[in-house]
Write a protein that binds this ligand. Sequence first.
Ligand SMILES: [Zn+2]
Length: 201
Amino acid sequence: MRLLVLFVVAAALAIGVGSLALGDDKPPDPRWPGGEVNVFAPTQGTIDTVIFAAERWTGSGAHVKVRVVKYERDADVVVRLDDRRLGRLCGPRCFGFTTALGRPKAGKSELFLRESLGKPTSLSVWVAAHELGHVLGLRHVANSPTCTIMSPTWFDTRCAPTLSEDVPRYRELWCVPTPADVTAAAKLYGGGVRSKSDRCV
Ligand SMILES: [Zn+2]
């Protein structure tokens, strides 16, 4: 049975607004040079979560390389566990939030994860991978006919994360990201879907 579960994951959609105000015809390029993004996470549990999500994107077949770095000063994106700020940014039911879609015009992006997701489970990796999708420049896909991790408010149990509290096993992350998500990233960065599995379509 297909079941939709209410879920809120979000990103600031500020891209292009500043350039119009400055009279610049060309919107800023949201892509990261070489598809490379460096992410810093503050706690061991979050580091593990983000490493899982980063490896799923880096191994997806899209030409992206998401690295988890040891020092915040080396990061393009800083992960925050701060439910008060997360709630202010996107509401009390929000699981994650990213402050920029793609590469910000200046400074570092912030990626918020709900504090309860600060340990590696299928759900926390799924949310981190969704937010990293925004970091790479992917927008939400509403009412997708196929599985995607980029749904704005729902996940679909055909390819949803398990709610187990255990560290995720490889087979639980097959659909993180899905072929539709990898295809979207490949449009920005090149490459294509590496796995031809039909598990997540
Ligand atoms: Zn989102």
